[in-house]
Ligand binder design. Structure first.
Ligand code: THU
Length: 130
């Protein structure tokens, strides 16, 4: 699967997004180390703080299915700028794959390729507890 393919899969998740409060749908596609793709969308809640981001939806789907190591993540929205993962998502992803490749897309389906290490330098992970 190409990077663009993964981005397009994330775009298909925008229709599943539940975002009646922000009206800001987000889609994600997370690739496990065996090639399995776990998709996600943001799921909002009337108690706003209970909202779950698209990336964390994909991540908890994966971990609950037994996958704990990831190679690539695509995050997409319908905004003109790239859809950057929030701090909480960066932290949650760092726990499992600090070397993750991250593809952030714009509404025109163009994307920027970076790494979780770039997005969360000097992250706090499992080894930090040693
Ligand atoms: N959102 C995500 O799904 N992922 C992020 O990394 C940033 C924010 C969602 C949460 C909320 O439903 C909406 O975008 C506006 O913040």
């Amino acid at each position: 699967m190409t990077d663009q393919d993964l981005v397009e899969l994330a775009f298909t998740m925008l229709d599943k997004s539940y975002a009646p409060y922000s009206h800001f749908p987000v889609g994600a596609a997370l690739e496990g180390e065996d090639g399995t793709i776990y998709t996600g969308c943001n799921v909002e809640n009337a108690a706003y703080g209970s909202t779950l981001c698209a990336e964390r939806t994909a991540l908890v789907k994966a971990v609950s299915e037994g996958c704990r190591s990831f190679t690539r993540l695509a995050v997409v929205g319908r905004s003109a700028d790239y859809c950057w993962p929030c701090g909480s998502c960066r932290q949650m992803l760092y726990e499992f794959s600090p070397n993750l490749t991250v593809l952030v897309a714009r509404q025109d389906h163009t994307f920027f390729k970076t790494t979780l290490g770039q997005l969360l330098p000097h992250g706090f992970g499992p080894a930090s507890l040693d």
